[in-house]
Design a binder for this molecule. Structure first.
Ligand code: APR
Length: 263
């Protein structure tokens, strides 16, 4: 973590870069939701650190026998009960609200989030691509149509898409599952449009998500990293804020619009 004046200088530099930008894009990871009580995946208390990373079996099982996959999903694997409960109990934190403020101020054009917790939407952000899906949605494996998970009838498995009759699956992208085409296309489009890239609360080790800031950086787009820890992207960043998102993002908003960062 930074010394106080180092942190203040980094916040100042980030706010100045955001003020100068015309199309800032953010890549967000689990670290943004950590202050909402949702565990991260890697690092000391991470879920994968505790349980080990999921295998690719889930995606293979879904393709072999979607009904059996749904049967298992409904049986609500205990091992993820803690994570799922943490998401359901979570509310947006000051970091989410500050990102929604930056969007409302016209200072943040788009969020590419790896989080499935719906907290950006609840904080008021609108321009979002959920590259790993959304825990509260289902998606058709044939036509890509999405709907609310709670609207799906589970008396017949697997549930079928009302649009095309294809198999429905929860929208959360599983290990081994391709990223939905519409989400991937928008991520590349935003990466091509951006003139500033914020990387917030991600270990930047999962692809294709971690690739977008690198592609932008290759064409000279400045990166701002907000993370208490170093990541593989730290060396590419023009500004590194070694602090939490809940502390840094409101401080940046406060620098841009005095008084607004304290909400
Ligand atoms: N503020 C900012 N960053 C934080 C905070 C915080 N309060 N707390 C932790 N972090 C940082 C950690 O230092 C770490 O670099 O957040 C990052 C979390 O990294 P991961 O747990 O790997 O989460 P993430 O990068 O989102 O993982 C990417 O991996 O398994 C997949 O689908 C999963 O979307 C996830 C993807």
């Amino acid at each position: 973590m930074h010394e106080p004046d180092e942190l203040s200088n980094a916040i100042e530099a980030a706010a100045a870069a955001i003020a100068r930008s015309g199309h800032a894009v953010a890549l967000v990871g689990a670290g943004l939701s950590a202050e909402s009580g949702i565990p991260t995946f890697r690092g000391g208390e991470g879920i994968w650190t505790k349980l080990g990373e999921p295998t690719f079996d889930g995606w293979e099982l879904f393709n072999q026998d979607p009904a059996a996959w749904w049967q298992e999903a409904i049986s609500f694997k205990q091992e993820f009960a803690e994570f799922n409960r943490a998401i359901d109990d979570a509310t947006p934190n000051a970091g989410h609200r500050a990102m929604a403020d930056l969007e409302a101020m016209g200072r943040l054009a788009h969020i590419i989030t790896q989080n499935i917790d719906n907290l950006h939407q609840r904080a008021g952000s609108r321009h979002i691509t959920e590259i790993h899906g959304n825990r509260y949605l289902v998606r058709c494996m044939s036509c890509g149509a999405r709907d609310r998970l709670e609207s799906v009838r589970l008396d017949r498995l697997p549930p079928l898409c009302p649009e095309c009759g294809g198999f429905l699956k929860n929208d959360t992208v599983m290990f081994g599952e391709p990223i939905p085409e519409d989400a991937l296309r928008e991520c590349y489009r935003q990466t091509a449009l951006c003139d500033l890239f914020l990387v917030v609360g991600t270990s930047a080790v999962v692809y294709p998500a971690a690739e977008f800031p690198v592609i932008a950086c290759r064409r000279g787009v400045p990166l701002i990293e907000i993370n208490p820890e170093e990541t593989p992207l730290s060396g590419l960043a023009s500004v590194v804020i070694r602090a939490t998102a809940g502390q840094s993002l409101p401080a940046i908003v406060e620098r841009l619009v005095p008084g607004r960062g304290r909400r």
